[in-house]
Design a protein around this ligand. Structure first.
Ligand code: OAD
Length: 254
C-alpha cells in the first residue's frame, strides 16, 4: 500500500493523542495464514459454531471440541506474526498510553512484542480444569492427549482457555477494556467484523467518548459510517503504512 494520507482533522487528533487503543479481530491474523470466522473462506462457513464453540457442545461431545481446538492450536503454533502485528507493537512506543484489546486467541500480538494486551476472548495457549480451575499449558495438554480432553487430578477435565458463545468475558479484563475504550483519544479497529458482542460494543464506547476512530478492513462493517478514517486494505499492508503516518505526525523532525 502506498503512503497513508491523514486529513488535517485526523492529524490534529493524532498529534494531541495521549491514550490510544487498538481493537483487533481475526482479520489481523489473516496474513499469518490463520482463518477468519466470517466472510469468504471463514471457519463458520464450513463449521457450526454451536457444535464447537459453546459449553453445551463441550458437554455433548468433548472429544470433537477438544480435537478442533487442538487443530487450531497447532495452526497457531506454526503461524508467525505478520507486518500488521509488528506495526501495532511498534506503535506502543509512540503514545504515552497504548492498549491492544484483541478478540483473537492466537497470542500473535504478544509474540510480535505488544506488552499492554487485553485478551477479551481468552487464549489458546492455556487450558483450565472446568471443575477446580487449575490451569496448564495447552501445548503440553495437546501433546499428552491429542484426541480427548486430559483429565485433571481432581477428576474434572481440562478445557480450552477461550471464551465460548454464551459465556461471559473475563470480568476484570473486560472492565479494563471498557474503561480504556471510553476514555481514549484515538481508537483503531483492525480486522474485525464488529458483529460479536459485547466486544463490538467497545467501538460504540470509544465513539461516545469522543475518540477519533480509524478502521482497517477490506470490507465495510456496521461501524464504518462512524469512522474518521477508513483504510479498505489488508491489515498487513495498511498497518505499516498507517504506523509510518502516525509516527511522522508525532515525531515530525525524525
Ligand atoms: P470475523 O471473522 O467475524 O471478521 C474478520 C474480519 O476481518 C472481516 O470483517 C474481514 O473483512 C476482515 N479481514 C479479512 N482479511 C483481512 C485482512 N487481511 N486485513 C484486515 N481485515 C481483514 O472475526 P472477528 O471479528 O474477530 O469468537 O470475530 C469476532 C469473534 O467471533 C471471534 O473472536 C470469535 C468469533 O466467533 C468466539 O469464538 C467466541
Amino acid at each position: 500500500m502506498t503512503a497513508v494520507e491523514l486529513s488535517e482533522f485526523v492529524r490534529e487528533r493524532v498529534r494531541s493523542a495521549e491514550r490510544v487503543v487498538v481493537f483487533s479481530g481475526a482479520g489481523v491474523s489473516r496474513e499469518s495464514g490463520l482463518d477468519t470466522f466470517r466472510g469468504a473462506g471463514g471457519l463458520w462457513e464450513r463449521m457450526r459454531p454451536e457444535e464447537l464453540a459453546t459449553p453445551q457442545a463441550f458437554r455433548a461431545d468433548p472429544e470433537k471440541v477438544w480435537q478442533w481446538y487442538a487443530w487450531r492450536y497447532r495452526r497457531v503454533a506454526e503461524a508467525l506474526p505478520n507486518p500488521a502485528h509488528h506495526a501495532i507493537a511498534r506503535l506502543e512506543a509512540v503514545f504515552p498510553s497504548f492498549i491492544v484489546m484483541t478478540q483473537n486467541v492466537d497470542s500473535l500480538h504478544r509474540r510480535a512484542g505488544s506488552r499492554n494486551l487485553l485478551e477479551l476472548h481468552g487464549s489458546l495457549a492455556r487450558v483450565f480444569c472446568e471443575r477446580c480451575g487449575r490451569t496448564r499449558d495447552m501445548g503440553e495438554a495437546v501433546a499428552e492427549s491429542p484426541s480427548k480432553p486430559p483429565a485433571c487430578d481432581c477428576c474434572g477435565k481440562f478445557r480450552p482457555g477461550v471464551v465460548w458463545f454464551g459465556e461471559a468475558l473475563p470480568e476484570e479484563t473486560f472492565d479494563q477494556a471498557c474503561e480504556a475504550a471510553a476514555s481514549c483519544d484515538l481508537f483503531l479497529s483492525v480486522g474485525t467484523s464488529a458483529t460479536v458482542y459485547p466486544a463490538a460494543g467497545l467501538i460504540e464506547l470509544a465513539h461516545r467518548g469522543g475518540a477519533c476512530l480509524i478502521e482497517i478492513n477490506p470490507e465495510p462493517t456496521p461501524f464504518s459510517r462512524l469512522m474518521d478514517l477508513r483504510l479498505a486494505a489488508p491489515a498487513g499492508e495498511a498497518l505499516p503504512a498507517l504506523a509510518d503516518a502516525l509516527e511522522r505526525c508525532r515525531w515530525p523532525t525524525t
